[in-house]
Ligand binder design. Structure first.
Ligand SMILES: Nc1ncnc2c1ncn2[C@@H]1O[C@H](COP(=O)(O)OP(=O)(O)OP(=O)(O)O)[C@@H](O)[C@H]1O
Length: 234
């Protein structure tokens, strides 16, 4: 692993109380580009995202972001430092309109109006739904809104937990293109069941197996690794 990664995780152990899920996880994320985290259900992908954002404590190991030790920092501090998180479950206010969801996101992040315009440029579909309650959006549009809200924090690193889960196949392509564009500007960690999409957005991939890194390498190499399907099979 290269020295001085943007996000540098070393020998991380984490889990839920006494139930340890992640064991000795070491990974590095550069300041631009997509990195995929793959693995079968229950492998520990969401746990890793929650540990990076600080929703779960680190029981052992180190985590540096942009040169600073964040292992003991609170979630809000990590977000202020530039980490955005789009959780697997929908993170929009269902009763509020798209416009109000973005307005609340702007207030929370002290974002300027230009930040909302940028979100609407990235996801023009949201611009056509501004007055619609977020709860009535399609799965894909809700994901776009959740990603858009995270973008209002102007993250330098965006954590995306299954951004295409429950999204109609026709919209997956659109989200994939936007995420590929985004990964040219900032660091993106993508947890994804769609292998093709993940390895298109990402240049590098890590495969988790029962909470440990089982495979790692450039996306093309991981895709071609004969062991990969074994780690993804249920
Ligand atoms: N709140 C919790 N308390 C205790 N154990 C949990 C909790 N949440 C998840 N786990 C356990 O941690 C392990 C890893 O779960 P995690 O959600 O990180 O997996 P995942 O790779 O994201 O799976 P999926 O692809 O199904 O989302 C699983 O064994 C799961 O049962």
């Amino acid at each position: 692993m290269p020295e001085n990664e943007f996000l540098d995780i070393r020998h991380l152990h984490a889990g839920y109380g006494r139930s340890q899920v992640l064991f000795d996880v070491t990974l590095g994320i550069p300041c631009r580009g997509g990195v995929a985290v793959l693995g079968r259900n229950g492998a520990g992908k969401t746990t890793l995202m929650k540990t990076i954002i600080g929703e779960l404590p680190t029981s052992n190991g180190e985590m540096f972001f942009d040169g600073r030790d964040i292992s003991r920092r609170r979630t809000e501090e990590r977000m202020r430092a530039g980490i955005g998180y789009v959780p697997q479950e929908h993170s929009v206010f269902a009763r509020l309109s798209v416009r109000d969801n973005l307005a609340v996101g702007s207030l929370l992040n002290k974002a300027a109006g230009a930040a909302v315009d940028r979100v609407l440029t990235i996801f023009p579909k949201l611009g056509q739904r501004l007055d619609q309650p977020a709860g009535t959006l399609s799965g894909g549009e809700r994901k776009m809104l959740a990603i858009g809200r995270a973008m209002l924090g102007d993250p330098k690193l965006l954590l995306l937990d299954e951004p295409t889960e429950g999204v109609w196949i026709g919209v997956i392509e659109e989200i994939a293109e936007r995420l590929t564009d985004l990964a040219r500007e900032i660091a993106v960690i993508i947890v994804e069941q769609h292998l093709d999409l993940a390895l298109r957005v990402a240049k590098h991939a890590y495969v988790l197996d029962r909470g440990r890194i089982a495979l790692e390498g450039p996306a093309g190499e991981v895709r071609g690794n004969p062991e990969l399907l074994r780690y993804l099979a249920p």
